[in-house]
Design a protein around this ligand. Structure first.
Ligand SMILES: *Cc1c(COP(=O)(O)O)cnc(C)c1O
Length: 713
């Protein structure tokens, strides 16, 4: 925890508290408090108030406290924080009183809450972070359990030749919004986790997210052997052996941590299979209280909720049985006699022989399972049918609960200001009501267009400052600066593509016919530019080759300096991209994109999607709120399908997207374009918000799990 560099006057005495509750990050008055306290420092620290308070000068604090407007904001922020913590009149208290006094434990290997806490890699983490923030807003009694990775996820840099380099930075603990979690006795919580024949200790960090608390496990303790200290060092950084040990620490250790903290969850939500060892510790606990194995499994099943996130095979961890048995050696306790039966829960043969599969374990031990879009539900049923060999496909216990995004986190201040003026007071409180958002259609076109222009300008300023940084401090060549977007034009139609570089997302699809693309980008008076970003998984050389190809295109003069690659994609970069681009491009190989969420973030800011009908877009596209990339026939041969999809994409750009963007009236407003923008906001904002999503989790998953009958012990 940072000690402030200066003496905080009593009048602003709660600044430290405000900085250490990530609630500040999605509540405008609190953001303004830090932003205006010292704007250069706010920029320098990439919006990290904890770090700011360690660096700020006394003069800046004194000036702020002498300014009545700043004090008014501060008071508003502090009042808001208190209200957020104390309010009993929450949605959850009204709608689901059964949950009051209960606790939902939400387990996830990553949480993306803010760039100052780099414990996430991508979409899975963003979903978990947004889920927590929304649970706080709705008053859902949730605690998160995850890892505090001291080195987090890697930072990406790109060589002259377009090859991704990974660097890991040790997180400065004092600059992060974390504090040691204390047991009810007031001592720092340290939990012993059995791992093979040894015991590993895990310290626990606490992160405040409004009403929600996160508990993050960290094995970097002096008492641990050096190799054990490293177990939690990096997210997805290690080999299979590291991974299985991390997952035992998360699942087995996480349950023990909650017990030690005096927290007794009623429902456990496993966000992806990584955390499925939770059920081992829980069944063991019940057996040790005298329950027999079947009854314990039934109780655990009735109170476990599982969300699966991908149809891609590599996304489902599977380990050789010998490895799992090896590392679980000390974990059985009274479950020992049922060891074989427990291991059978993870049994799954994906073609290469039976393995212990974490998703299989979760599917067999959760009473409620969901995929993250309607299409993904169907794909999940098909994929995991062998788990339930005797059940007809239609009756498989997998439901669809489509992902969403936390609107206050992702909606830009500019678009929020427009909506505040026209959607009625408190619209944000009711934004999951489609009728509230229908009023977007009545907003004057000029206001929407002005916000769009401003957001595109902010993106370009961001891109240019990044390039300036690389030029000044890293000595980048002129050519590389072009590939960083320095020749971008502020009024040109800008496509955005930012996602993980991996084969199924086809990052180079738009380059299938380079000549045709060059004609589209360079059309006089109707130019197009493309900004791309994204990391490849450190072990994914195929993904790195995609990135390299894209980077080489960005260097190629044929495209006129109209392709930019922004390195080190993270939450901070994502905000600028989803808000500032004009069109959000998504062209996965269907049906491998389970949901996708970046397109939702884009749409609510008036950046319509141009996407394959996969994931959320299969249910989000209305015909009027963006574009559907739809080839004439679905081909079975991937290369052929890629070509067909690329042709469909080019045709959309040439015939629909570019003409609509450049058709201006006498006032310079593209009326038809603004109509599409409005439809994007109107249709996506209510339906693809975590507000709708978390309410559904409460009603359809948590509520029923809470009422699950307890077997007689
Ligand atoms: C939203 C987000 C993602 C997920 O985007 P997809 O649409 O699922 O590809 C990944 N990374 C970051 C930094 C994000 O903000």
């Amino acid at each position: 925890m940072t000690t402030p560099s200066v003496q905080l006057p009593d009048r602003a005495g709660r600044l430290g508290e405000l900085a250490r509750d990530l609630w500040w990050s999605w509540n405008p008055p609190a953001r303004q408090v830090f932003r205006t306290l010292d704007y250069p420092l706010w920029r320098l620290t990439a919006h990290n108030p904890v770090r700011m308070l360690g660096l700020v000068q006394q003069a800046a604090v004194d000036a702020a406290v002498a300014d009545p407007r700043w004090l008014a904001m501060y008071d508003q922020a502090v009042t808001g924080l208190d209200a957020a913590h104390s309010a009993r009149a929450t949605w959850c208290a009204r709608e689901c009183p059964a949950l009051s006094g209960a606790t939902i434990a939400y387990f996830s290997a990553e949480f993306a809450l803010h760039q100052s806490l780099p414990i996430y890699a991508g979409g899975l983490g963003v979903l978990a972070g947004d889920h927590c923030k929304e649970a706080s807003d709705l008053g859902v009694p949730l605690v998160g359990v995850g890892f505090m990775y001291p080195q987090g996820y890697f930072h990406q840099s790109i060589t002259v030749d377009g090859w991704q380099q990974e660097t890991y930075e040790r997180l400065e603990w004092a600059d992060a919004p974390i504090e040691p979690a204390l047991t009810p006795d007031g001592v720092p919580c340290v939990t012993a986790v059995p791992l093979g024949n040894r015991t590993v200790l895990a310290a626990v960090w606490l992160v405040r997210v409004g009403r929600v608390t996160l508990y993050l496990l960290d094995t970097d303790l002096e008492e641990n052997a050096p190799w054990d200290r490293d177990l939690s060092a990096r997210l997805y950084g290690g080999d299979r052996e590291t991974r299985v040990q991390q997952e035992i620490i998360l699942g087995v250790g996480g349950v023990r941590v909650l017990r030690q903290l005096g927290i007794t969850p009623s429902v456990y939500h496993l966000n992806e299979g990584h955390a499925a060892f939770v059920v081992l510790q829980r069944i063991r606990d019940l057996c040790e209280r005298g329950m027999d194995y079947d009854a314990a499994l039934a109780q655990v099943r009735g109170t476990t909720v599982f969300t699966t996130h991908t149809p891609v095979a590599a996304g489902h961890d599977a380990f050789p049985f010998s490895t799992v048995e090896n590392y679980l050696a000390g974990a059985w306790g009274d479950l020992g006699p049922y060891r074989e039966r427990f291991l059978a829960l993870g049994h799954y043969d994906n073609g290469g022989g039976a393995m212990f599969n974490m998703t299989a374990l979760a599917l067999r031990s959760a009473g409620a399972v969901n995929g993250v879009s309607q299409l993904h539900r169907d794909v999940t049923k098909e994929m995991w049918q062998p788990i339930w060999p005797d059940t007809p496909r239609e009756q498989l216990p997998v439901r669809a609960l489509t992902n969403g995004i936390h609107v206050p986190t992702w909606l830009s201040a500019e678009m929020a200001a427009v909506l505040d003026r026209h959607l009625g007071p408190d619209w944000l409180q009711r934004h999951d009501d489609p009728a509230v958002c229908d009023a977007v259609l009545d907003v004057p076109d000029e206001e929407i267009w002005a916000a769009r222009q401003a957001l595109r300008t902010f993106l370009f300023q961001f891109i240019r400052e990044r390039a300036r940084e690389r030029w000044t401090h890293e000595g980048w060549s002129g050519t590389r600066l072009v590939a960083a977007g320095t020749m971008f034009d502020q009024n040109t139609l800008t496509l955005g593509f930012a996602r993980r570089f991996t084969a199924y997302k086809r990052p180079d699809l738009i380059f299938s016919d380079p000549d045709r693309l060059a004609r589209i980008l360079n059309a006089p008076g109707r130019q197009v530019q493309i900004v791309m970003a994204g990391k490849a998984h450190p072990a994914d050389d195929v993904g790195k080759h995609f990135l390299q190809r894209v980077y080489r295109h960005a260097l190629d003069p044929k495209f006129g300096g109209r392709i930019a690659f922004v390195d080190d994609y993270d939450l901070h970069v994502a905000h600028f991209l989803v808000q500032g681009c004009d069109v959000w491009l998504n062209n996965p190989r269907k049906p491998l994109e389970a949901s996708g969420t970046s397109g939702m973030k884009a749409a609510i800011n008036g950046t319509p999607n141009c996407s394959i009908g996969d994931g959320w877009w299969a249910e989000g596209f209305t015909g009027a709120n963006g574009w559907l990339i739809e080839g004439p026939t679905a081909s079975r041969e991937p290369g052929e399908q890629d070509w067909i999809d690329a042709q469909a994409l080019y045709a959309l750009l040439e015939e629909r997207i570019v003409p609509a963007f450049y058709a201006r009236d006498l006032h310079g407003v593209p009326r038809q374009w603004v109509q599409i923008v409005k439809e994007a906001i109107r249709t996506v904002l209510p339906r693809f918000s975590t507000r709708r999503m978390v309410k559904e989790y409460v009603r359809e998953m948590y509520g029923p799990a809470l009422r699950a009958p307890l077997p007689v012990a």
